[in-house]
Each structure stands twice: as C-alpha cells, then as structure tokens.
Design a protein around this ligand. Structure first.
Ligand SMILES: Nc1ncnc2c1ncn2[C@@H]1O[C@H](COP(=O)(O)OP(=O)(O)OP(=O)(O)O)[C@@H](O)[C@H]1O
Length: 831
C-alpha cells in the first residue's frame, strides 16, 4: 500500500504537478490556481482572455496606437460607492462564475480554514504584516476580507488567496512578523557591490510621442515616510538578517574571508576549465563573479576529494538580492560536483545501487516552484555544459533542453515524450533485443517542481490511490473521481497510474530554488517528503521530524514543540509545550537552498533542524538592486486602466526621447530605435485579464499570463519567449549597445502589432530571468507585503542593468494610508 501523505502535502502537490499529472486536476488545486491551472490539461473552463474590439481613436499627439477608448465596464479601477475597494465587489459575484466556483470550493477542503485562522491571527497582531494591513484603514480590501462572513464563497476566494500562488505564501510568512528572531542584519560587505549605473533619465520631449503630464509622479524622497525608519527593527522584521555574510557555527570567519577573496574571478582551479570557458561564453570574457557567486565558489565548489564522501554532506543557504546570479552560484557546485563524481566512479555507476532500476537515475535534482522557472533553469544549466558534458533534463514536457524540444513532440504528451526519451537511448543488440545505447549519457540532473518529481518517483496517480482508499467503495470511488478533469476523467481507460520512472538512489545533490516558497507551510510537506524519499532511497531513514511542519517561530522551533511520531499525520505546530529538543535532519546528500528572501519562518526552521547549515548572504540581501529605481504614481481618481495606459505611453515616449536606458541601447545618438517592454503585476488573475483586454482595446498589444492561461499547459516557455532572456545572455552592461538575442530590435518596433506588455500575477514573480528589454515593472495593485514586492520589482534591474519599478497607489484621501505604508516600506528597501 502506498504511504499516505498529510493532506496539505496532497494539496501542495497540485501546484507542482505538470500537465501530464493526474494529481494536478484534483479539486483542491483550485485553492491556489496560481501554480495549478496551467499545469493540468484544461477543460473548457480555461477560457482565453476575452478580446475586445480594438478602438482606434487618435490621442492628442495624433498617434492612434495609444489612444484611449470608450469607457468599458470593468472591475479594474471601477469606482465604487462609499469608498470601498474593488475587491469588495467580488463578494457579490455570482457563484456560477468559473473562477468563483473554483475558489469557493476550497471551503470544504480545510484550506480556507487555515487561512481564516491566519487571518484571525493577523487581526490580533499588533501591527500588520502585509502592506496596508492596518486596522484603521477600514475601507481597505484587507479590512473587508477580515470581516467578511466565513460562509461567503467570494470571501473564501479572497481570503484563501485563490490565485496568488507565491504571494499567498508570502502573506502567510508575513504572519510571523510578530515573532522576533534574535539576529541582526549584516553590516559587513564582502565584496564591493556592483557599481550602479548612472540614472540616464534626463528631461527631454519626444517629437513623436508627447509625455503625459496628467499623472503626478513622486520619488521616494518626497514622502516623509519613505526610508526614514529603516533602522527601526519594526521595519525589517519580515526577514531573517544574517549576522555575517558567511554565518555558521562551524566555519571560521577568517578562513571564509580569504576564500572569498580567492574567488574574485572565474578561474580554474577551483572551477573545471570547461566551466570557465562556458562562463566566459555566457557572461562575456570580462565577467567576474557576483558576491554570491564568489561565496559559492569559495565554500560550495568542492575539491574532488570531498565530493561523494559518505559523510560530511554539505548544507548551504545562498541568499542574495534578485538578479544577482544565484542560479549560476548554485549550478556551479552542483554540476562540478557531479562531473567530478562521474569521473571518479564512472558515468553510470550508481553510488548506492539499491532499489528498482528506473528510467532516470540522476545524481542531482533542482527543485523550483513553477514549470516556467524549471524550464529556464534547465536551459541555464545547459548553457554551462558546452564543454563539460552532463545531461540535464527538465521534467516538464518540451523543455527546450532535451531532444523533446520539438514542440510537435511536446503536443504528443507525456507518453510520447517518454517513448522518445527511451527510444533515443535504445539500440538493437546483435541478438535482436533492445538495449541501452552505450553512447547515451544518462541523465545527470533533473529539474522540476517537487510534486512532478515526486510523481516520477512514486508513479503518477499515487495520490489518487489514497483517494480511492478513502472513498471506500465503488460508488464512493466513482463519486470522488467523476469531478476530475482532463486525462484523469477517463477513469477506466486512462493511464493515470503510470509506473515510477525516477530512481533516487544516486542523488548526491539537491538544490531547492526559491526555498522560502518550497518550505512554505503549503509546500513544505511535498518538498520534505521528496527529500525524505531521497534519503530513504539512499538507505538513510530520517527521523519523523523530517516531515514535520515548519515551526512558525523560533520559540516553537528548537525546544518547545512536540515532535510528531508520524510524518504522515504530523500536525501543524501548536503552542503546546514540550521540552523535547528538535531532531537535527542530516540528509545523505549535498543540500543547497537559495532565495532572495529569507523569511523568519524559514530561518527558524533551518536553525532548528539544520544547525550545521552554512548561510551565505550577499551584502544587499533584502534590498532592491541598486540599479533599480522606484517611482510612485498616484491614481488620478478616474479609471485605473486609463492611468496605466497613460504611464505606458509615457514609458515609450521616454524611450523615444532617449530618456530611458533601453532607448539608448538600441540606437545611435539617443534617437529612438526600440521601445522597452513592460511587465505589469496584478494581484488577481481576473484583474490581469481585464487589464489586458482594456489595453488591447486601446491599441496596445499585450500578453496576459495567469495560472488559468491555457498556454501554460502546453509544456514549454514559448509563450513567454519574447519576454524572457534568451538562452545566451548578453553581458550585463546598462550602457552597452548590444541587443539581447531574445528580443531582437525588429520585434520591439511597434506596440500595436507586437506585444510589448506582459500582464501577470505573482505566478511569474519568482526566479524568472526576464529580458533586459523589460526596463519597467508596473505594480498596479498594492503589494501585499515586502517579500512580494521584492520579487515582483526584481524582475527588472537585473544583473546591474537599469530598471524602474512603478508603484501605483492612492496618494491622498480615503485609503491613502495604505499607500503611505507601501512607500514607507519600499523606501526602506532602497537603502
Ligand atoms: N557574474 C555575472 N556577471 C554578469 N551577469 C551575470 C553574472 N551572473 C549571472 N549573471 C546574469 O544575471 C542574470 C540574473 O541571474 P539569476 O537569474 O541567476 O539571478 P537570481 O539571483 O537567481 O535572481 P532571482 O532572485 O530573481 O531568481 C542572468 O541573466 C545571468 O546571466
């Protein structure tokens, strides 16, 4: 019988599983469609965004591309009576609307109950964890949510963060704000931070496009609240701030400093020559390591003798600001460690030849919260392997890094993909039998979401077996199964219970990217179940605490919390007391965790269960990149979509006049050569789709990608190709004249015909390396908390390139208090 997982694990599974998964189509995924909808084959419920007929009315400058269209009914920015926010209207939405049905269904899954508890906790909190979560702002959406009746389905939709994905998790983390973690932030820089480029914004006007002066804009300095209370611990208490750039009980400070100095460049040794060559090809011949990469090379890249040792598995946390090169920082030790181990032990010799033979027996796993990120990471890893030969495969279909990259094959589905994978590795032996090709290099590294990997370990449908068992009888089974969609709804004909295809006995390296999400209360059990499975496959059964819920406070974590005897039934931590100390978790593999934000909940968990973990942190951890400007835009009081359109026009007008860095990059003499792309973040999927429809109606071509978008289920990142950085990155020089191959100039010529705007939610806020052509990030809904803001804003201004985050909000009148809170917290991040 298959082991039964805790309910939250099964819920989290839904957010990770791919289009081929049966688990992904289960009902609980509706609770967080941010990571779910696109990962399942969709029924007709996933409607494409409605395209409104384009209205082509010339604007003041006579350019019809950016014209305002007639007003249309929309919840985005629609004025509400009695000063209530737009979110309030959702409470009255009809229940038969697909999104509401989906979200409201969480009520009977227990998920919303958890959120209610958390909301209740927040209500009792002396200070709001999220932006604007203030009891005084009675008309804010947060206040409305708190007081909404529990049985109101729309309220459940709101309170359960139905489509918010990562941001939802950060909200949960924010609930830990009131718990103090006894640490202070680092004040010792390791390396000189990258010199920020000069702000190229100079006053000028465009003959072609006129600047719109109707929108008052502000800089942080104009606000008394901005950046004034930075040193107040109250302002920084969402995060864990390490004492030292390298903090651990076992690493001497002096040794680490000299090691970091030695890692001031990409050299061999310590790196293998092939990696140095690939890095120069990828980043440019004069590229030097970023601070976090220096730390990683100094501490994580091991000499050959260390790698593969039965004892002394390393545990590292790599923490640095967005766009600072963490991917390469953890890929280098991972790939080099595996390459050295393969050289010593042979390519396919298993380290621990236990368990059944499986199709994939990788030595390394990279876990990411979304398939989009997993695909991009797989491509990045491949770009480091032009000289050093290792095989990296993404678990998502058509990941662009394998022979399955052909989109026609991707459409064939998982079975065809597996067949291709298998056939590609097989050859006819003289005796007529099929054998694995000797030349075929086995897969060394698998990149995927924890749930997808878990499915590959246990077989697709393993969680469904649990469901069947629960149903108890034939009729019950049918009733449970008939609600499923996609492939799985063919109950007796589908291949939903595919055989396991991933063996874990060889895994020596595990990277957990966006660790704060994957160890979030909603995801942690899936993540940790996978880690426990790896340990078990390697002959090391973990203590029960290894699958227990993350302690929410330091007080709960180390010594005052009862440890469950069963990983399956582990209950969330309570305030019940016991003096039993925590059980240290020692995984029998190297573990690299990484994130741009380390909430105190994660820090508490790591302190309790991984005391030997070495924390490597860059000097600007939990700050905005220095090359990133912040601008606040006040709603004018009219329709919010119109304000967004005006600011968009202004971006392109600035491009045209050479004010933005992007315009200078494209042409000569500051004349406009290309227009920059803009990434817009909304808090809700519905809002993103509505805004996209409005922009289209205004003649601004745009793409909207939410968890419900059908494109996500197609198994590739092609729908994002115009916005993501291409596989071959250009050197990060803000004043360079080079263009990024992923965004050719021709593609950026006309926002009317080519999408220059990508509208999304927090779904795409994590980890993705967007094109340098995205110079502006618009945050049109107030961010819920600092974590959310940091990740959204960090999609631009990457690797030292110039970028600007434009935060829309109310500046005066009722509801302005929340905007002030946003500006105060954002101002604290710019120091
Ligand atoms: N040493 C370097 N010099 C110049 N550019 C670099 C260097 N290292 C990485 N980059 C580039 O910086 C960009 C951002 O890198 P990466 O995506 O790894 O950042 P990150 O820290 O993981 O960001 P996030 O926190 O958003 O996930 C990439 O385009 C990468 O090619």
């Amino acid at each position: 019988m298959l082991p039964r997982l805790p309910s939250t694990s099964r819920r989290a599974a839904l957010y990770h599983s791919s289009a081929t998964t049966s688990a992904a189509s289960r009902q609980p995924q509706r609770r967080r469609p941010e990571f779910t909808r696109d990962e399942v084959p969709h029924s007709g419920r996933t409607a494409a965004p409605e395209r409104r007929p384009r209205v082509d009315i010339p604007d003041r400058s006579g350019n019809s591309r950016f014209s305002d269209g007639p007003p249309r009914s929309s919840s985005f920015g629609e004025r509400r009576p009695s000063g209530s926010s737009h979110l309030n209207d959702r409470r009255g939405a009809p229940r038969d609307r697909p999104s509401y049905r989906a979200d409201s269904s969480v009520g009977d899954r227990g998920a919303s109950r958890t959120n209610f508890r958390r909301d209740a906790d927040r209500r009792d909190s002396p200070r709001g964890a999220s932006f604007g979560d203030r009891s005084s702002s009675g008309n804010s959406s947060f206040s409305e949510r708190r007081v909404a009746p529990r049985d109101n389905p729309s309220y459940r939709a709101e309170s359960s963060y139905g489509d918010r994905g990562a941001s939802r998790t950060t909200d949960h983390r924010a609930d830990y704000d009131d718990h103090r973690f006894s640490a202070r932030r680092s004040s010792t820089p390791i390396l000189d931070p990258r010199t920020p480029p000069r702000n190229p914004l100079v006053p000028a006007s465009s003959p072609a496009l006129s600047l719109d002066s109707a929108i008052p804009t502000y800089t942080p300095d104009e606000f008394p609240h901005a950046s004034t209370d930075y040193d107040n611990p109250e302002d920084a208490d969402e995060f864990f701030h390490p004492l030292e750039p390298v903090s651990t009980a076992s690493t001497p400070k002096s040794a680490s400093k000299s090691a970091v100095d030695a890692a001031g460049s990409f050299t061999s040794p310590p790196l293998l020559p092939g990696f140095v060559a690939s890095l120069k090809e990828l980043l440019g011949p004069s590229a030097t390591p970023t601070p976090i990469q220096s730390l990683s090379i100094a501490h994580c890249v091991s000499p050959a003798s260390d790698v593969g040792a039965p004892q002394g598995w390393k545990q590292f946390l790599l923490a640095s600001e967005t766009g600072s090169g963490k991917s390469i920082a953890y890929l280098l030790p991972l790939l080099q460690g595996i390459k050295i181990a393969e050289g010593a032990e042979g390519v396919s010799a298993p380290v621990a030849p236990t368990g059944p033979v499986r199709l994939y027996n990788p030595r390394g796993l990279v876990l990411a919260p979304t398939h989009e990120l997993a695909r991009q990471l797989a491509v990045t890893a491949k770009s480091l392997l032009h000289e050093v030969k290792l095989r990296v495969v993404c678990t998502s279909r058509a990941n662009g890094a394998t022979p399955l990259a052909d989109p026609s094959r991707a459409r064939a589905g998982g079975t065809a993909s597996k067949m291709a994978e298998m056939v590609g590795n097989m050859a006819m032996a003289p005796d007529g039998t099929m054998q694995v090709k000797k030349s075929a290099h086995p897969v060394s590294v698998l990149v995927g979401t924890p749930m997808k990997l878990l499915e590959m370990v246990r077989g697709r449908g393993w969680d469904r077996a649990i469901q069947e068992e629960k149903a108890g009888n034939e009729r019950g089974v049918y009733e449970e199964l008939k609600i499923r969609r996609g492939r799985d709804k063919v109950v007796h004909f589908g291949t939903w219970r595919a055989k396991p295809e991933l063996g874990l006995a060889n895994v020596e390296w595990v990277v957990v990217d966006e660790a704060d999400v994957l160890f979030d209360p909603d995801f942690q059990e899936t993540t940790r179940t996978l880690l426990a499975d790896i340990s078990a496959a390697r002959g090391h059964v973990l203590p029960p605490a290894a699958s227990e819920a993350v302690p929410t406070t330091l007080a709960q974590a180390p010594s005052t919390r009862a440890l469950s005897s069963s990983p399956v039934d582990a209950a969330p931590p309570t305030s019940s007391t016991t003096t039993e100390p925590p059980t240290t978790i020692d995984y029998p593999f190297h573990l690299l965790l990484t994130s741009a934000t380390i909430p105190k909940s994660l820090a508490a968990y790591l302190a309790a269960y991984h005391p030997r973990l070495v924390r490597l942190a860059s000097p600007r951890l939990h700050r905005l990149p220095k090359s990133l400007q912040t601008e606040y835009v006040a709603w004018t009081g009219g329709r919010k979509e119109a304000d967004v359109v005006r600011r968009l026009r202004r971006v392109w007008a600035e491009d045209a006049s050479g004010q933005n860095a992007s315009a200078k990059e494209g042409g000569e003499g500051g004349k406009v050569q290309k227009l920059s792309q803009v990434l817009i973040f909304c808090n809700r999927s519905t809002k993103a789709v509505e805004l996209a429809a409005h922009l289209e109606a205004q003649g601004i071509k745009c793409a909207a990608l939410t968890s419900r978008s059908a494109e996500r289920g197609r198994g590739s990142n092609r729908h994002l190709a115009a916005f993501l950085r291409g596989p071959r990155a250009s050197p990060p020089s803000p004043h360079s004249s080079s263009t990024d191959p992923a965004t050719p100039t021709a593609q950026l010529a006309d926002p009317k015909t080519t999408p220059h705007v990508l509208i999304t939610t927090s779904l795409l806020s994590r980890g993705l390396d967007f094109s340098p052509a995205i110079k502006h990030v618009f945050i049109v809904d107030e961010p819920r908390n600092t974590v959310d803001f940091l990740h959204r804003a960090g999609r631009t201004g990457r690797a030292g390139a110039w970028g600007k985050v434009v935060v829309f909000g109310k500046m005066k009148g009722r509801g302005a208090e929340r905007g002030r809170e946003v500006r105060r917290r954002v101002g604290a991040l710019t120091k």
